[in-house]
Design a protein around this ligand. Structure first.
Ligand code: ADP
Length: 200
């Protein structure tokens, strides 16, 4: 990992990671988003596509040459071994691309947005501090149902596949409480941004 100061940003689905990342970016942090990197790797002509098609067959590409996400989701849901095969391809590539982007970043400091930072285990040692965006599960549920138009049971299933709130909080160096309004969020971001800049 580069010698520079790196914050790992995480939180459950709907906790407000994207919103908080935007607020830090406005203040001068460089955001590197592992979800976006994964998406780019599996887009048409993405760097992971040759290996994915070699492993799973050409039928795993959609008409544009991107990974067929619906088909892959269905396969890994049915077959845990397929999930591991996909991760064996993607995780090292995501890690390398993330670290390269972090090393290239020009912002005051780097913030890595890693939804499954606590779950995946190995990211924690790559970052200087872990920042958890926290909110009550009821709020998470309502936000994701509204944002994605998903039924409650489906959102609950996604939440159940992530670590519980208490486990995530136990891994945090810093916590932003995003159970309230945007107005309540701003001063917390300002305070932490000042704090992170002291590390420079
Ligand atoms: P994540 O990236 O963690 O999944 P998002 O940042 O996309 O979460 O937030 C989930 C949804 O909730 C989005 O539609 C977002 O605009 C909304 N949201 C997040 N925080 C707040 C807040 N404090 N007040 C109102 N809406 C919020």
């Amino acid at each position: 990992m580069p010698a520079r100061f790196v914050v790992g940003l995480t939180g459950g689905i709907g906790s407000g990671k994207s919103l908080v990342a935007e607020l830090f970016a406005e203040r001068g942090a460089s955001i590197v988003d592992t979800d976006q990197i994964a998406h780019t790797l599996t887009a048409p002509h993405g760097a992971a596509m040759p290996a994915i098609l070699a492993e799973f067959g050409a039928q795993m590409a959609d008409s544009q040459g991107a990974m067929d996400r619906a088909k892959m989701r269905e396969l890994v849901f049915r077959e845990p071994a397929a999930k591991r095969r996909l991760e064996a391809i993607l995780h090292p590539m995501i890690r390398a691309a993330t670290l390269a982007a972090a090393a290239d970043a020009s912002g005051a400091y780097v913030m890595l947005a890693i939804p499954l930072l606590v779950e995946s285990g190995t990211w924690k040692e790559q970052v200087s501090r872990v920042l958890v965006i926290d909110c009550p599960e009821q709020v998470q549920l309502a936000r994701v149902m509204a944002r994605n138009g998903l039924p409650e049971a489906q959102v609950r299933a996604i939440m159940a596949a992530q670590v519980p709130r208490s486990v995530r909080l136990a891994a945090a160096d810093d916590v932003i409480d995003n159970g309230g309004t945007l107005a309540a969020l701003i001063p917390q971001v300002d305070r932490l941004h000042d704090f992170y800049q002291q590390y420079l």
